[in-house]
Unconditional design. Structure first.
Length: 199
């Protein structure tokens, strides 16, 4: 199993916006009904970030250093090999709630994860070191339109720049806060109504 990339929203991050409701603490309310629509909101934003080639804060992704123009890199399901994070479509599908996506909720938190081995490398960036390699049968590469034959590949590094596609921007946080406030207000109104009936 590959490394998982996860983001959590603890309720404490939204507590200041929710405030205290007439002596009823945040922990006294059931926030689980609110996490479902917030989860849908977040997965839609993750997918939109990949589609639009930007991070949640609006920063554009760095372009591909070597766009893939070979026929085998043009995937049947719409991948062009020209846009970052859209080669096979698996990462976008996982970030949007498909295969490779995991969500867990509790009363006071929502956690979403993309369980693909390369998700964290794209989210945070990574530099990989490759040792020197030799073999009797030569490797064949195409470099700048010409074929190169070699039996030795020197030690080198490759860097994948950070292209964060998961996260929460101010607009999404505002929507999530509204959903939590509405959920809390409904429960508080029910508590008040039940209290008045008892009196």
């Amino acid at each position: 199993m590959g490394a998982a990339l996860g983001r959590s929203i603890p309720l404490s991050a939204l507590q200041a916006a929710l405030g205290e409701l007439a002596g009823v603490g945040i922990e006294d309310l059931d926030h689980r009904p609110a996490w479902q629509p917030i989860g849908v909101l977040l997965t839609a934003e993750h997918k939109r970030c990949i589609d639009e080639g930007r991070s949640p804060d609006g920063t554009p992704f760095l372009p591909l250093k070597y766009p893939r123009n070979r026929a085998r890199d043009k995937r049947a399901r719409g991948g062009t090999g020209q846009k970052p994070l859209q080669d096979t479509g698996l990462l976008k599908a996982a970030a949007g709630g498909g295969a490779g996506f995991y969500q867990e909720t509790g009363n006071l938190y929502l956690q979403q994860s993309v369980v693909l081995a390369y998700a964290a490398a794209h989210q945070f960036g990574v530099t990989v070191s490759y040792p020197e390699r030799r073999r009797a049968k030569p490797w064949v590469f195409e470099v700048d339109g010409r074929l190169v034959f070699t039996r030795r590949i020197r030690a080198h590094t490759k860097t994948i720049p950070a292209r964060p596609f998961m996260g929460i921007n101010d607009q999404t946080l505002g929507y999530a806060t509204e959903i939590l406030q509405e959920n809390a207000a409904r429960q508080y109104a029910a508590m008040v109504a039940n209290g008045l009936r008892r009196a």
